[in-house]
Write a protein that binds this ligand. Structure first.
Ligand code: PEP
Ligand code: MG
Length: 893
């Protein structure tokens, strides 16, 4: 016969912690606590399989369920010494949902079930009449709300009116007779609203509650929650029925919640709150202020109300011992619920406690040192994405905030500065030593220098993938995007928000973690990169196989990345260097020149600047690998747009502005993604590639002399589709290396490889690998070219699929096995088939995404490269990937 019900209590249980899939998290852990001999009120769990059955059979229960529930109720009654439905000494129960994964708020709990007009009298006669009727009215309210679907507020109105009429202000002012009157009114309300009386038969009540829990699995709240947290519908929920224990039986009773360590700092000290003479819901409801559990916490908080430690020393001693037992047993920080009924302690729940990243690091490192967990386990316990919280300054949680507006939390961290409305002002202010927030309606590639100069970026338009958001994340700067309620007036240089008008130079603070825009300067907490963070990172570095490099082109980024542990540069986008204020004019001259001679003249101006860039990068990287990519974007991105800019360039070139306008028109690229860009620039204008190659090699020689640790540059050709393209450009690079080597009289070591960022290149990888020494997967372009969509179009196009669950993850965010990931795998295999030691890396945004990093481990890439602020995330994610992949390999073998 199928087993649908599992009992627990009295030091034994039919279930155990490993049975979460069957019993749900709550049920499995209660069973485990029972098995550990901890004081758990007896009860039983109806399995998640019943839930699955229920939905597969038109909301019918399996035939054996009634008998099994009835037998379990008898068993519980024996352990508790009371019978369910007995009119003399009734057993009361709680009914709670409990899925495999925690789903807070999916369904409320029903407490005190089993009370009726008859049984309440028995409870009252046994001692405390007030307690009995108070419990009954709570039960009617909860049951009516959760099971019968009547809104709370109906009941609250009745209670409030009663209190007003009788001159009471607090619930505790009411006595047994008051509650009796209220109960009459409550029952009348139920009958009027539903056309039938409040159920008096405890068994009917119980099945009503069980049905409501299973029914709640498909309510709108639960469906949304599951979708947001990737919880499959097929898991179902369990139902836990458990003998009631009462924290509201007077001054020797209490109820509370606690963490075995501090969940915000990770300190190894019991941390929690309780209320005397209360039920669990009262602690959560926040009507009364809870008291500290330990005396140390009370002293720290300065509370005048006694701690549990002092108030009920025996129960406290037992409780703190149990907390230790649970930690040792689960080898993790626990979040527990307990009740003390007339001095007797009962444990109601335990589970792994949610914690901040800071606490997670401390707990993992401490537990490893305490010998509770291994280093691998410590590494696996930290969510890499959560490290973001630590790597940026954040607003001091105790600081006062005046919120002016709210936008999207586009790039984490917080920053304060004077408002400026354009990039030139940002640069000027920075040079004068002032900190600024760049405020734009939206940003474009021409704002790069302003964004670099600013502490943070605020835009009123654009989403999480807008230019501002993507670039700010790359730079590791805070950004709030799409703050639509802010009006920006560029001419007046003002912004208006929340009824206030601010001018250029006024101080604001943005919080890229919450999207808030705040008035004035707000106190911040600085990131803490030493201590537990540093320790865990050392462990992670020892565990990982893949290297972690950074995408960087500015000295500031390169330095930051090295501090964050980058082992080299995986992508230096040279075009960013071209946007620099001092160079853009020469770049434009180069582009707009109509013959090679003109281009070479302009390139000659750029050479020393470009060489200086590389010298600085190589000096910072001191012998670490540096991949430099030749110019990639379509040329029109550099073209002058305003009349002023056109005039300036025309003057530099000595031509009429009109001629320039025509040339600009000619160069306009209609297909900026696949058109005249990438290696096609170097093929059509080899002198550009030559200038860049010369700059790279001369810089390598110069920096090598200065540091004594020469960089072996990796020159990278972008957007290659077939080997022949690559070979044309490689020939120029090789020739330039030979020339510089001869001029300088030194041997130059270098590598030439290619970006793999087109589906065709993936398929051609074997051929390309004949001449390319390395591949770097440019998964930004590869994603777009695979899906045939730009990132923004994809958001619109795929959004509904993600919402409906047709797609489980956004393929633009995470490399998946089918799609872009599959192409990467093909290219890696084909590349290696021809050149077994080919170096393979990834430098698209996915290089900083933990799920994609896991994928990269499975295809054995040599390294991932990401923006500087994501380097620690990537180091940790790579370590986790190596550990998990190693485990998977062992279990397969
Ligand atoms: C890429 O395409 O993934 C890449 C790194 O290059 P970019 O983003 O500069 O096009
Ligand atoms: Mg690209």
């Amino acid at each position: 016969m199928a087993k649908w019900v599992y009992t627990f209590g009295d030091g034994k249980a039919e279930g155990a912690a490993e049975m979460k899939a069957l019993l749900g998290g709550k049920g499995a852990n209660i069973a485990e606590m029972s098995n550990l001999g901890l004081p758990v009120p007896p009860g039983f769990t109806i399995t998640t399989e019943v839930c699955t059955y229920f939905y597969a059979h038109d909301r019918q229960y399996p035939a054996e369920l009634r008998d099994q529930v009835s037998a379990a109720l008898d068993h519980v009654g024996q352990l508790a010494g009371r019978r369910f439905g007995d009119v003399e000494d009734p057993l009361l129960v709680s009914v709670r949902s409990g899925a495999r994964a925690s789903m807070p708020g999916m369904m409320d709990t029903v407490l005190n079930l089993g009370l009726s007009d008859l049984t309440v009298q028995a409870v009252a006669a046994a001692g405390d009449a007030r307690f009995a009727y108070d419990s009954y009215r709570r039960f009617i309210t909860m049951y009516s709300n959760v099971v019968l679907g009547l809104d709370h507020h109906h009941f609250e109105e009745i209670l409030q009116t009663y209190k007003d009429d009788n001159g009471y202000s607090l619930d505790t002012d009411l006595g047994a007779d008051d509650w009796k009157e209220i109960i009459v009114a409550y029952k009348k309300l139920v009958e009027t609203e539903l056309g039938k009386p409040f159920p008096q038969d405890p068994h009917e009540q119980l099945w009503g509650a069980i049905g409501a829990v299973f029914g709640s699995w498909m309510n709108a709240r639960a469906i949304t929650y599951r979708r947001l947290h990737d919880i499959p519908e097929s898991w179902g929920t369990a139902v836990n029925v458990q003998a009631m224990v009462f924290g509201n039986m007077g001054e020797t009773s209490a109820t509370g919640v606690a963490f075995t360590r501090n969940p915000s700092t990770g300190d190894k000290r019991l941390y929690g709150e309780f209320l005397v003479n209360a039920q669990g819901e009262d602690v959560v409801a926040g009507i009364r202020t809870p008291q500290d559990i330990t005396e140390a916490a009370r002293l720290e908080s300065g509370s005048e109300r006694p701690s549990l430690e002092v108030l009920m020393p025996e129960a406290y001693a037992e409780f703190s011992g149990i907390c230790q037992t649970l930690e040792l047993h689960y080898r993790d920080m626990q979040d527990v619920e307990f009740t003390i009924e007339r001095g007797k302690l009962w444990m109601l729940q335990t589970r792994a406690g949610k914690r901040t990243t800071k606490a997670a690091l401390k707990v993992a490192v401490d537990m490893c040192r305490e010998g509770l967990i291994s280093r691998d386990e410590a590494i696996l316990r930290i969510d890499p994405a959560g490290l973001d919280q630590l790597l940026h300054p954040t607003i001091d949680p105790s600081a006062e905030r005046t919120v002016l507006a709210k936008g999207l939390p586009a790039s984490p961290g917080a920053a304060s500065g004077e408002i400026v409305f354009n990039s030139e002002d940002a640069v000027a202010a920075k040079q004068a030593g002032r900190k600024v927030i760049l405020v734009r309606i939206e940003t474009s590639p021409e704002d790069i220098h302003g964004m670099h100069a600013a502490e943070g970026i605020l835009t009123t338009r654009g989403g999480m993938t807008s230019h501002a958001a993507v670039v700010a994340r790359g730079m590791g700067k805070p950004c709030v995007s799409g703050a639509g309620s802010i009006r920006v007036d560029y001419t007046a240089e003002t912004l208006t928000a929340g009824g206030k008008t601010l001018r250029k130079g006024d101080m604001v603070t943005i919080d890229g973690g919450s999207g808030q825009v705040l008035a004035g300067r707000v106190p911040m907490l600085q990131p803490e990169l030493s201590g537990d963070f540093a320790t865990l990172m050392v462990w992670a570095d020892a565990a990982r196989r893949m290297g972690v490099r950074t995408n960087a082109e500015t000295p500031a980024d390169a330095r930051a990345a090295v501090q964050f542990g980058a082992e080299g540069i995986g992508l230096s986008r040279t075009e960013h260097m071209f946007f620099d204020e001092g160079r853009i004019v020469a770049v434009r001259e180069m582009i707009l020149a109509d013959d090679e001679k003109g281009r070479r003249q302009a390139l000659a101006k750029l050479l020393p600047m470009q060489r200086a860039d590389f010298v600085e990068l190589f000096e910072i990287m001191k012998g670490k690998p540096v991949t430099i990519r030749l110019l990639d974007p379509p040329l029109h991105e550099f073209l002058p747009k305003t009349e002023e800019e056109i005039a300036e360039v025309a003057k530099g070139l000595g031509v009429h502005p009109q001629k320039l306008r025509e040339r600009a028109e000619e160069l306009h690229e209609f297909n900026p993604m696949l058109g005249f860009r990438g290696c096609r620039l170097a093929i059509s204008y080899p002198e550009i590639a030559e200038m860049q190659a010369r700059a790279i090699f001369e810089a390598a020689v110069e920096a090598g002399k200065a540091t004594g640790e020469p960089v072996v540059p990796e020159v990278m050709v972008p957007l290659v589709a077939i080997r022949q393209e690559f070979d044309l450009v490689k020939a120029r690079i090789d020739a330039m290396a030979a020339a510089v080597s001869k001029e300088k009289g030194v041997e130059i070591k270098y590598h030439v490889g290619t970006m793999i960022e087109l589906p065709r290149a993936c398929l051609q990888a074997a051929d390309i690998a004949r001449t390319a020494e390395f591949f770097s997967f440019g998964t930004n372009d590869l994603t777009q070219t695979t899906y045939g969509l730009s990132r923004d179009d994809a958001a619109q196009f795929l959004g509904p699929y993600l919402q409906r669950g047709i797609l489980e993850q956004d393929p633009f965010v995470t490399l998946d096995q089918v799609g872009v990931g599959e192409l990467v795998k093909i290219a890696a295999e084909r590349g290696r088939s021809v050149r077994p030691d080919i170096k393979l890396g990834i430098c698209g945004e996915h290089g900083g995404d933990p799920a994609s990093i896991r994928f990269c481990e499975t295809v054995a890439l040599d390294y991932v490269s990401c923006s500087p602020f994501r380097v620690p995330i990537a180091r940790l994610a790579a370590a986790q990937a190596a550990i998990e992949h190693g485990k998977a390999a062992v279990s397969e073998a």
